[in-house]
Write a protein that binds this ligand. Structure first.
Ligand SMILES: NC(=O)c1ccc[n+]([C@@H]2O[C@H](COP(=O)([O-])OP(=O)(O)OC[C@H]3O[C@@H](n4cnc5c(N)ncnc54)[C@H](OP(=O)(O)O)[C@@H]3O)[C@@H](O)[C@H]2O)c1
Length: 322
């Protein structure tokens, strides 16, 4: 009896402290780098991983521009971050990544008012949902916001990133990208799918392919670009999944809610790899990489295909009219 209790306890402790943190991508970044005098943009900074990462970077002394689509939510988050960090250099700004007009206005405003850009964190994202919605410009919204919106934003800010070098671009992706093995280039921005995570996964592999090609184009400029998988993080990410239709999809969402509740990392732990990507000195010259669990990792074979990355980049340029 005692022997069984000991074995069960050891397995339980092992699962809780080692296997689950490993499987859910948990890590802790201990670097104490300061960012005084540096300027950072975090998209989708009003909640979840974005808000926590913005707070961490503000704590390090950075001027942080929280770029969000809802100014009400943004102002509330900025007030929280200022209170937590005592950093008054935290600013709310309007950015709807589902609108090319809004992205251009944000980039112009940023260039008119800011002197430098040291770190751009492309964090905002819409998750799994088996109902497709369109952005203002008519793109399927996961590809439109998660990839094309950030693609346009990054390109519009490249000159400032280059002027401020050494500087970094960090794009949030997901391990779910492994499920995409073909981007369907004929319908890149308007792929329809009834599978909940299909279009989300496509947008997340696009994030990795984007940094792969971008890192090549940025060689020698002092600007790096890397993709980050944050782990399984209990945020508001299941909001979109709750809009799914049908018994199977709604059951899957309920199942995922339980999984997130039981084993999901909190937002602080979920932001660790993003902070690592943004500040760790060992990554100064590392570019085009996939980072997970606070280290360099290996993405799927399709995410490493350089020809696919180039094709995606060229097609994205056309779609966002660059
Ligand atoms: N949570 C996870 O387990 C997990 C796992 C892998 C990857 N990720 C990635 O991590 C990133 C952050 O996710 P999260 O879990 O923190 O999600 P979240 O809590 O749902 O936050 C998403 C953020 O994106 C913003 N956003 C959505 N659409 C936008 C738009 N059109 N324009 C501007 N901002 C927009 C949201 O703003 P509103 O509040 O106004 O909607 C919100 O601030 C995402 O890229 C996600 O794909 C998360």
């Amino acid at each position: 009896m005692l022997k069984t209790a000991i074995i069960v306890s050891v397995i339980g402790i092992g699962l809780y402290y080692f296997f689950i943190p490993f499987a859910t991508g948990s890590c802790e970044y201990y670097g104490k780098e300061r960012l005084d005098g540096k300027t950072v943009i975090v998209t989708g900074a009003n909640t979840g991983i974005g808000k926590t990462a913005a707070a961490d970077l503000a704590q390090r002394g950075a001027r942080v521009i929280c770029a969000c689509r809802s100014m009400e939510r943004c102002n509330a988050a900025v007030a929280d971050i200022k209170r937590e960090t005592n950093n008054v250099q935290v600013v709310a700004a309007k950015l709807d990544l589902g609108s090319m007009k809004s992205i251009r206005e944000f980039a112009q405003m940023f260039k008119n008012t800011e002197k430098r850009l040291d770190i751009l964190i492309n964090n905002a994202g819409i998750g799994c949902r088996n109902v497709d919605k369109k952005t203002e410009d008519g793109f399927e919204d996961r590809m439109g916001v998660n990839h094309l919106g950030h693609f346009l934003l990054t390109n519009l800010l490249l000159d400032m990133l280059k002027q401020s070098q050494p500087s970094r671009i960090v794009c949030l992706t997901s391990l779910i990208h492994w499920t995409t093995t073909d981007l369907d280039f004929d319908n890149l921005a308007n792929h329809t799918s009834t599978s909940s995570c299909d279009n989300y996964s496509r947008s997340k592999i696009a994030n990795i392919l984007f940094v792969l090609e971008l890192s090549k184009r940025l060689k020698g400029t002092g600007v790096t670009a890397n993709a980050v998988h944050p782990g399984l993080v209990q945020t508001e990410t299941l909001r979109s999944a709750r809009e799914s239709e049908g018994f199977l999809a709604t059951s899957y969402t309920k199942f995922m809610e339980v999984v997130f509740l039981l084993v999901g990392n909190d937002a602080r732990r979920g932001a660790q790899t993003t902070v690592y990507a943004a500040v760790d000195p060992s990554l100064e010259n590392v570019s085009g990489q996939f980072l997970a669990r606070c280290k360099i990792d290996t993405p799927s074979p399709y995410a490493r295909d350089e020809a696919v990355a180039k094709k995606l980049y060229d097609m994205s340029l056309k779609l966002v009219n660059l």
